[in-house]
Design a protein around this ligand. Structure first.
Ligand SMILES: *Cc1c(COP(=O)(O)O)cnc(C)c1O
Length: 247
């Protein structure tokens, strides 16, 4: 894997998509998705200037973050269970995958314990895929005011995962719908929601053309993932201890 070469290609492709859409490339934030990759890969990413990282599992992130430079910023992009909210608050600057009111209440509770504000995105399941998490758009609108009223959560926008397809043009309507849904939310709240987190390795250019402000890229930066998770020590959550220095 040549991360610097991949990153150059990705930045060129982002700039080209922005130019087609008449957008400023600075309006698109690049997140590196490091799920399944070891801390060494995170350090390479950081050295290449990628300081915003995405992880989809709390346990994996917790073990990994402990071994990575403290200057990095981490977002949770995978489904969160209520019993992991406390750890999520400790690990992540933002939770992009809020998909229910009970979960939001639990996050609000732990944010209050930590005396902090937690920026969040609401995950929308635009295509209605049963294999994916996320709000149905109607339900998201129904619960919007209640979500927005939670004092320790700061609603910043919406996130979605498009169905996988070899032809990204096919999922353009999904991205367009997320943008429209954001507009509907802004109208209801009378406040801006600046973040549209959409676009992955297979479809980020189309997502940018449709207004993505944050793209979440793994494979185009780091190559194919070999496993589902970064392997921690057998039987435990903690990574294997490093050998003692000089030993
Ligand atoms: C894995 C993942 C990504 C990155 O996927 P790639 O296709 O490897 O770029 C983006 N978003 C979410 C929510 C993910 O789980």
């Amino acid at each position: 894997m040549d991360l610097n070469a991949n990153l150059t290609t990705v930045r060129t492709r982002i700039a080209a998509a922005c130019s087609r859409a008449g957008r400023d490339p600075a309006s698109v934030t690049l997140m590196a998705v490091t799920k399944s990759h070891p801390p060494e890969t995170v350090r390479e990413a950081a050295a290449a200037g990628l300081m915003l990282l995405g992880e989809n599992r709390v346990q994996e992130a917790k073990a990994k973050i402990a071994l990575c430079p403290a200057s990095l910023r981490w977002h949770l992009i995978g489904h969160l269970q209520s019993n992991k909210c406390r750890d999520a608050l400790r690990c992540f600057e933002m939770v992009q995958s809020v998909d229910s009111l009970p979960l939001a209440h639990e996050l609000n509770k732990w944010a209050d314990h930590a005396a902090r504000t937690l920026p969040i995105l609401l995950e929308a399941n635009i295509a209605g895929e049963s294999s994916k998490f996320g709000y149905a758009p109607g339900r998201l609108l129904d619960e919007l005011e209640a979500l927005n009223a939670l004092p320790r959560l700061e609603l910043q926008g919406l996130m979605t995962l498009a169905p996988w397809t070899p032809d990204p043009e096919k999922v353009r309507p999904v991205f367009r719908r997320l943008r429209e849904l954001r507009q509907q939310c802004e109208d209801r709240l009378g406040a801006p929601l600046p973040v549209l987190s959409m676009g992955m390795s297979s479809d980020f250019e189309v997502a940018i053309e449709e207004g993505a402000t944050l793209v979440r890229l793994g494979t185009v930066l780091f190559g194919e993932r070999r496993g589902k998770t970064w392997k921690t020590a057998p039987g435990g959550d903690a990574p294997a201890p490093r050998p003692p220095a000089g030993g």
